[in-house]
Design a protein around this ligand. Structure first.
Ligand code: NAD
Ligand code: UFG
Length: 339
């Protein structure tokens, strides 16, 4: 039995990963302070996988709360999702982001070290590459100073974990750099439940589609791309979850630092996404062009071949799957987990 502590396991990517861990025969334990999640997700996870996944209410910054879990369970590895993730909010509240993300990760790593748990899998982001010099991005593409405190916390946590690994050679650090996670579980029971007006494209699209928001503003149509809108590598959250399972299988107890891009390798423009969504709902999704959004990179997509080669993992879900599942989740749960 391999027990995996999943910090932030009640959140969007964490909840999908917990399900895939159970399916693959692992024993996940969720650790979450529910600052951006709803307890209702736990019953939904139970319904999908037919198993009650243990959940500890706690904050990664509070050593004692983490220690309780490590004392009561033999934790073989940690998948670390917990953190704040809103780029715009991080500009207004930088200290909160450094405290929650960097300090929280430091406390977590300290407890792992003290309890001799030597497998750390971290939710990093393609944001560490900044504005790419060239695409697709490989794991060797340069890491650049981030243009938001959020992005900088990802870089800082990557470095901190790598430094700890240098000090403890048997420590295994896996840095998973996600591209743009979208979609939802095909059951329509779990999905992304942003607070207030969404910042990210897919939840905004789905809310326009169900009439919660009137129109999508496309930020910029004068970028040097095929149709003037920005290009991203959208990846289905279930594929991303399976990437974590593959990473555990490959990296557990291997020691060293392992870095993987988790993306599809395909870049879609914002207009591609609008068109795919219009097709999914059978009518044109209301949209208009608006000024560029500060801080957006022109294009960002992965070369995912290292993960394919070493982890034997590949994203297989299509854009159609992503739009269908996102829409299905939104339609079934117009108010997210409050329904
Ligand atoms: P999310 O907000 O849905 O999940 C994060 C979870 O962590 C939430 O359930 C929240 O309650 C919990 N949490 C926050 N601070 C905590 C703390 N101090 N102690 C305990 N729990 C805490 O976000 P997500 O989209 O699932 O993202 C998960 C991780 O992946 C984050 O680290 C995020 O930065 C990273 N990531 C996300 C994206 C994306 O676009 N969604 C892209 C790249 C990387
Ligand atoms: N967009 C719109 N209208 C919207 C929302 C987004 O046109 O209402 C556009 C953006 O300008 C961008 C694209 O859709 O061109 C994707 O934007 P998202 O906000 O969905 O995603 P980002 O690529 O900006 O952000 C993602 C993650 C962050 C991470 C960042 C790194 O959500 O966590 O990638 O590049 F930091």
């Amino acid at each position: 039995m391999t027990t995996i502590l999943v910090t932030g396991g009640a959140g969007f990517i964490g909840s999908h990963t917990v399900i895939e861990l159970v399916k693959a025969g692992y024993e996940p334990i969720i650790f979450d302070n529910f600052s951006n999640a709803k307890p209702a997700v736990l019953a939904r996870i139970h319904k999908i996988c037919g198993k009650r996944v243990p959940c500890c209410f706690g904050d990664i910054r509070v050593r004692q709360q983490l220690e309780t879990v490590f004392k009561e369970n033999k934790i073989d590895g940690v998948i670390h999702f917990a953190g704040l993730k809103a780029v715009g909010e991080s500009v207004k509240k930088p200290l909160e982001y450094y405290d929650n993300n960097v300090n929280g990760s430091r406390v977590l790593l300290e407890v792992m070290r003290d309890y001799k748990c030597s497998n750390f899998i971290f939710s990093s982001s393609a944001t560490v590459y900044g504005e790419p010099d060239k695409v697709p991005l490989t794991e060797d593409s340069p890491v650049k100073r981030a243009n938001s405190p959020y992005g900088q916390t990802k870089i800082d946590i990557e470095y901190m974990a790598e430094e700890l690994q240098r000090a403890i050679p048997e420590f295994s650090v896996t840095l998973l750099r996600y591209f743009n996670p979208v979609g939802a579980h095909e059951s329509g029971l779990i999905g992304e439940d942003p607070r207030g007006i969404p910042n990210n494209l897919m939840p905004y699209l789905t809310q326009v589609a169900v009439g919660k928001l009137p129109i999508l503003n496309i930020f910029g149509n004068d970028y040097p791309t095929k149709d003037g809108t920005c290009i991203r590598d959208y990846i289905h959250v279930v594929d991303l979850a399976l990437g974590h399972v593959a990473a555990i299988k490959h990296c557990l107890n291997q020691g060293g630092v392992h870095i993987y891009n988790l993306g599809t390798g395909i870049g879609y423009s914002v207009l591609d996404m609008v068109n795919a969504f219009s097709k999914a709902i059978g009518r044109e999704l209301p949209h208009q062009f608006a000024p560029r959004r500060a801080g957006d990179v022109v294009q960002c997509y992965a070369d995912p071949s290292k993960a394919a080669r070493e982890l034997n993992w590949k994203a297989v879900r299509t854009l159609e799957d992503m739009t269908r599942d996102s829409y299905n989740w939104q339609k079934n749960n117009p108010n997210g987990y409050d329904d």
